[in-house]
Design a binder for this molecule. Sequence first.
Ligand code: ZN
Ligand code: ZN
Length: 337
Amino acid sequence: MQTLILTKPGELVLADTLEPAAPGAGEARVRVRCSGVCGTDLHAFAGNQPFFTYPRIPGHELGVEVVAVGAAVTNVRAGDHCAVEPYLSCGHCIACRRGRTNCCETLRVLGVHVDGGWRDEIIVPAAKLHASAKLTFEQLALVETLGIGAHAVARSAPEQGESTLVVGAGPIGLAVAQFAVEAGARVTVLDVSESRRAFAAGWLGVNALEARGLTADGLRAALGGELPTLVFDATGNPAAMRQAFLWPAQGGRIVMASLVQGEIAFDDPNFHRRELTVHATRNSTAVEFRRIIGLIESGKIDTKPWVTHRAPLADVPKIFASWTRPETGVIKAMIGL
Ligand SMILES: [Zn+2]
Ligand SMILES: [Zn+2]
């Protein structure tokens, strides 16, 4: 079967590999029908994703069709169309016991720590499959991306009408903004790219401001005299993450949705003076997968603008580098299988 392997940074090869064996107890064998390309994959290709090792079959945003199930599987059956929750959690560590499976002590993410779904078929734990009779395979593959935004927003539980700033309007920032809007927050997006600002404003109806040269006073003025009480960083940029400590109003909170190598420093008197709360956010949970599927099924979350680029698996090695360049305008590229 066809398989894409990231052998080392910058080298993505199409290989012919053996089909998986029959699924064991609690497992399902699935046909991968669609897979999204994520910032994680782009960073792994560039060699700067902190959790990634090589060689690796990437692919953690998956829309799949169940081919066969092993013993004791009751939640899905052959023919079901599913999203895959790619977070393989242990089930017994302190995080798992408290429902925080997304940050399990020994978490392994498909396509990051273990081989993922950029191949025709894969074996997954059936409990990680979330079926929908309505969603397309592209929509099912998008659920993981949307989960990043949904979980980040859930971490901070916005109030109705709360003034909320999302810094960075790439895919993570857009997912965050989409769920912040859904939660009833009053959302302003900051980005340096005019096309990304226009995209966010046009699609989500959010306020969008030029990030370059903006000061806290400038932001305060642009928002009618008060700083936002909730700030999301989705920049992947250490300088912007430091700057994030200057955006919230007194008593505000920050959710760090982006992940960078190294340390982020902040000015402690500023942090204390404002009595800030800082949240990390990582992945999402099964409950959030089900909720997102429901929101797409009911039309409350619009997925149409998400997918900007598409390619069949065999074409990906020659196209992939172009998806890493911002000027290609990629929001989400989808690999069809
Ligand atoms: Zn992803
Ligand atoms: Zn665990």
